[in-house]
Design a protein around this ligand. Sequence first.
Ligand code: KE4
Length: 431
Amino acid sequence: MKMSKSEQLFKESQKFIPGGVNSPVRAFKAVGSNPIFIRRGEGSKFYDVDGNEYIDYIGSWGPHIFGHNPAFIKEALLKAVENGTSFGAPTELELKIAKLIIEMVPSVEMVRMVNSGTEATMSAVRAARGFTGKDKFIKFEGCYHGHADYFLIKAGSGALTLGIPTSPGVTKGNAADTLIADYNDIDSVKKIITQNKNEIAAIIVEPIAGNMGVVPASNEFLKGLRNICSEEKIVLIFDEVMTGFRVAKGGAQELYGIKPDLSTFGKIIGGGLPVGAFGGKKEIMEMIAPCGPIYQAGTLSGNPLAMTAGYAALQYINKNPGVYSLLEKKSAYLENGIRSALHDIKKRYALNRVGSMMTLFFVDGEVNNFKTAIKSNTATFGKYFNRMLEKGIYLAPAQFEAIFVSTVHNQIDLDKTINSFISTISSLDSE
Ligand code: KE4
């Protein structure tokens, strides 16, 4: 049978790019099929190189809260590019987006733009280490904070899906300073702190985990972290790369009413272009070079085009906070459609949703941490993913990821998704 264009491109890409992709999860290894190559996106849909249309629930892994290529971002970019692409010098727009982030997220008093979520989290941990003079930090099993060496210690997301609990190339030195606690288990944190008294610089946490699939932190867990960090003079870092501006205007910290010392951002703040940011308490951020001694830099940090797209996205949110009730309505509709289908079948699954991020776990029982998430049947998930894809529904190509609803997923999209889900899940039920 003639190969599709996607298959041809994937075959050739693997000769020149590791695994044929520029980020592992895109290779569909976790779902046992070949990735499709996308030509363009528009609204809630994108189109592959063979002309197939998909309702897209990945949204570039979170940035596309307004769907693909929203007119207000496209127009802003087309205008901006008239002035050039990059100057390597300060611009007014960087000041404007910094002030806007500070206005939207009260815990952020000062902010530095970077080019990815990884740069943001890596820099935030370095800032905490420099500020406290301590070396160790705590992360949580199943949480993913990007691919900096000291995070790839039982990371979630891609590494978890690829079954590599620690990545080759990460030195013992790095591993020694990274302590792993259990998500939603404050006693596991207390135990580690007792064992490492006065040696811990920071605790970094996804306030709503998205990288073991969606697993919200309990209120008492986050409050416990806040109290422990205040008592022990440990820097509390909320990794809001995924949740920032996704679950509320002020991110997960607004939902929980908890102020971290530092926050990290990415995805939505780039409007689809490469942007990350870290920020928080002035006393910490003023230690960042050139203001202070903690070095951090980036050739394209604050890039005018990326700032244009990000500023347009954040401004839209800031002027239209009703975005979140619209996202809630659409996401709840989708969740209810899925739940009613689950009622009618024998097998049991777990569905976790916070706002417009959601994960269906192929496991019977509640999923509230890494240990429960990891029990999911990833083989069945793979079948589910591929059958939904055949029906034109593009979900996250891995069990331990989130899907995202956008403001432009319309009733037809949602009903088509629910109907596709009903036929897929019932076919799986009889296997
Ligand atoms: P990036 O370096 O990929 O921009 O951001 C890293 C990161 C940091 N923190 C959180 C909470 C994140 O979710 C991420 C990146 N998320 C993954 C999706 N699970 C990106 C997808 C990919 O790796 O291709």
